[in-house]
Design a protein around this ligand. Structure first.
Ligand code: GDP
Ligand code: MN
Length: 377
């Protein structure tokens, strides 16, 4: 789950990271009022789940409250990488001396948090990584011990020569690690971490992604979810307890179990088709889940055929069949549906579906080939 800059800044502040104050506006008038309260120059910043806002014109300096209103009216409603800006953060502007990059992410290769820091921070860090990797210092943190003091210093030493700045940066890096761990994050980033003209180190941008599996034990973090720039199908799937990933093909897949769902997608491709989605309805055969799954699949205009692949184990085929029959009563399915049911209570399941006007099969190859043909026809 991605969170907004202003939310990441709240998490950073809670861990002690020095972050300038800021308030959220949803209208130009609110932005003006906030700017007036802060006084002086402010920065108006688009809040969307995307980087590169500065380059897209989503970060603007305003010397007066009126100018803050003007910038806010241009930024609110703007699209950045396909995402519509609904909120802006208004924050006092800092006098920047230098901009550095500090990030930590869960690294799969080393199975540990990995820090990356660079003195060449700011808006072009991706380019630095691509063209000048030696300008980035990396460090793996052993999660059993956490960030050790000398490690923070070693990283901070790559950023500054001045011992006062190194000391502050080392503290910020350690606090960032704390925010990362406390939030169940998979990535946390300060870009830029600035030194001000008066010699203070601060985080003026913040980015954080939360590991979805960490959310259940952190309701205060889960509450930060903003679905406004999320595809509606994903919101609906999550609310219904389905694992769903939209893809670009035309065979809509509805499968129980993540492994079987992956195997089904492989087989669709093997027979020359393209899956429209990954969808795991899980172990339950709750008709509401089947209905939600069908609603999500049929809402995708690319889908030309629907493929059910159900392997009955703990999930009973008759339960799933009832779910499909019930769903067909409640929603008008105009697309061809191909069903494979096998395992626990398959005969009952096939009979229930036959009564509801569907034919179900037991061979996976057979139904996948059928679905691919129907989607092409
Ligand atoms: P991003 O482009 O989405 O990463 O947004 P950032 O928050 O990183 O802002 C982009 C750039 O705007 C920064 O690298 C700074 O150069 C500039 N900027 C952001 N906040 C301030 C500020 O408070 N004062 C000044 N002078 N520049 C700022
Ligand atoms: Mn940034």
């Amino acid at each position: 789950m991605n969170i907004h800059e202003y939310q990441a800044k709240e998490r950073f502040r809670a861990a002690g990271v020095p972050v300038p104050p800021g308030e959220i506006a949803t209208t130009p008038e609110e932005a003006e009022a906030i700017a007036r309260r802060f006084g002086g120059t402010v920065v108006v910043k688009a809040q969307v789940h995307s980087g590169g806002r500065g380059k897209a014109g989503g970060v603007k300096l305003a010397k007066s409250p009126e100018e803050a209103r003007e910038h806010a009216s241009r930024i609110l409603g703007m699209e950045i990488k396909g995402l519509k800006v609904m909120k802006v953060l208004v924050t006092p502007a800092e006098e920047i001396a230098t901009e550095a990059y500090v990030g930590v992410l869960m690294d799969r290769k080393t199975q540990a948090p990995m820090f990356m820091v660079s003195a060449e921070g700011g808006i072009d860090i991706e380019e630095v990584a691509a063209t000048k990797p030696e300008a980035i210092r990396k460090l793996r943190v052993d999660p059993r011990y956490g960030m050790l003091p000398h490690q923070g210093y070693w990283l901070a030493n790559a950023l500054y020569d001045d011992p006062g700045l190194v000391k502050q940066a080392s503290k910020v890096i350690t606090q960032l690690y704390q925010a990362f761990v406390d939030s169940g994050a998979s990535m946390a980033e300060i870009n830029p971490m600035i030194s001000t003209t008066s010699g203070e180190v601060k985080a003026i941008d913040a980015k954080m992604s939360i590991d979805d599996s960490e959310l259940f034990r952190r309701p205060e973090v889960a509450a930060m979810r903003d679905t406004s720039d999320e595809p509606p199908a994903e919101t609906k799937a999550r609310d219904a307890g389905l694992s769903f990933v939209k893809l670009d093909g035309n065979v809509g897949c509805c499968v129980n179990g993540a492994g079987l769902a992956m195997a089904t997608m492989d087989l669709v491709k093997y027979y020359g088709g393209e899956p429209a989605n990954f969808l795991d309805i899980g172990g339950s055969s709750n008709p509401d889940k089947v209905i939600a799954a069908l609603e999500i699949i049929t809402a995708d205009p690319n889908v030309k055929a629907i493929l059910f692949n159900i392997f009955g184990g703990i999930t009973r085929c008759d339960d799933v069949a009832n779910g499909i029959a019930e769903a067909a009563k409640r929603i008008d399915i105009k697309l061809p549906v191909v069903i494979r049911l096998t395992g626990t209570n398959e005969e009952q399941g096939i009979k229930i579906l036959a009564d509801a006007g569907f034919s179900a099969f037991t061979s996976m190859d057979e139904v996948v080939q059928k679905a691919v043909e129907l989607a092409k026809a």
